[in-house]
Every structure is written in C-alpha cells, then in structure tokens.
Design a binder for this molecule. Sequence first.
Ligand SMILES: CC(C)(COP(=O)(O)OP(=O)(O)OC[C@H]1O[C@@H](n2cnc3c(N)ncnc32)[C@H](O)[C@@H]1OP(=O)(O)O)[C@@H](O)C(=O)NCCC(=O)NCCS
Length: 167
Amino acid sequence: MQEQKKCKESYVMKTSMVLPPDTNAHGTLFGGKLMAYIDDAAAISAMRHARKNIVTASTDSVDFLHPIQQGDAVCLEAFVTYTGRSSMEVFVKVIAEDLLSGERNVCAMSFLTMVAIDKDGKPTPVPAVIPETDEEMSLYDSAKERAEIRKKRKKASEERVKSYEGK
Ligand SMILES: CC(C)(COP(=O)(O)OP(=O)(O)OC[C@H]1O[C@@H](n2cnc3c(N)ncnc32)[C@H](O)[C@@H]1OP(=O)(O)O)[C@@H](O)C(=O)NCCC(=O)NCCS
C-alpha cells in the first residue's frame, strides 16, 4: 500500500525581518526576494513530505497584494496539499507583520509543484497526502482542477518552444 502522510507533517513556517539589502528604493521588499523565500519554503516542505531530493517543476502566478515594509516581519507558511505519482503541490501563504502594531496582512499566496527525483534526476514516487483541517481539505479537493490547468499551460509552453526551433 502507498505510504500516506498528513499535511501537517510537511508544515513549514519561516519568519525573517525585512532589512535594507532586500528592499527597493521605496523601502519595501523586492518581489524577486519574496519569490526566492516562497521557493525555499516550498522546497523544504516538499522534502519533509517526500524525504527525497526535489526540483521545482512550476510556480503558479504570485499576486503581490500588499507591499511589505522595511522593519516588518515576513512570515511564510507552507504545506503539501496534494500529490500525484512523483509531484507534490505545495501551498505557500505570505503574511507581513508590522512588529510595532501587530497588524498582519496576507501579502501573497502561491502554489508550486515540486517533483521528487532519484539519483539519476528521474521522477520518483512520493507518499500520498492526508488532509485534516478545513483549509487542507478545501485545498486538496480543488487541487485536481489546478493540476489540469498546469498541464494545459505546460503543453502551450512546449508548443511555443517548438515554434522557436530552427530560428
Ligand atoms: C520536473 C522534471 C523533473 C519533470 O521531468 P519529466 O521527465 O518531464 O517527467 P514527467 O513528464 O514524467 O513528469 C513528472 C511529474 O512532474 C509533473 N510535472 C512535470 N512538469 C510539470 C510542470 N511544468 N508543472 C506541474 N507539474 C509538472 C508531471 O505531471 C508528473 O507528475 P506525477 O508524477 O505526479 O504524475 C523535469 O522537467 C526537470 O528536471 N525540470 C527542471 C527542474 C528545475 O531545474 N527546476 C529548477 C528551476 S531553475
């Protein structure tokens, strides 16, 4: 029988303070830096689930809903929501916290697909996931629909790449 793991076993929480090397001219966090944090949290979460090496296969869109100010804490929460044979969908939620007032805002969310690989870099099986909370169940139930959209998007990318061949 396929091994199963609870979503909470892959739970990651990563908090950092936003300091000048990571901010732009407006004193807010660079989008690229935030994307690196998101990828890092998702990678740790996927490795906790699979206990194997992984690669990022895709990142769904990231909407930056609120700026994150210098001096704020940026908190990322991640867990595996759904799995295929070798792929894991990881949900990452980004919360900014004004450390002086305590006000917290969800600034961004993203779904990443991480794929477990063996020593030859080939996709290798991962455990199934068991959702427990309302949030986990809602994300689990909607995951197949997101996976279908990604399949179509990947096919379109591959076709576009082919159109460049020989040019
Ligand atoms: C991701 C990768 C390992 C997939 O290998 P592949 O030979 O295409 O293997 P498959 O087509 O069998 O796909 C394996 C799994 O990944 C999933 N997958 C592949 N590409 C995907 C994409 N773009 N988005 C979402 N899922 C994807 C497949 O659906 C499949 O899932 P399943 O096993 O759960 O059914 C390979 O494309 C790769 O190494 N890509 C580069 C990854 C990388 O370097 N990331 C860092 C970015 S700089």
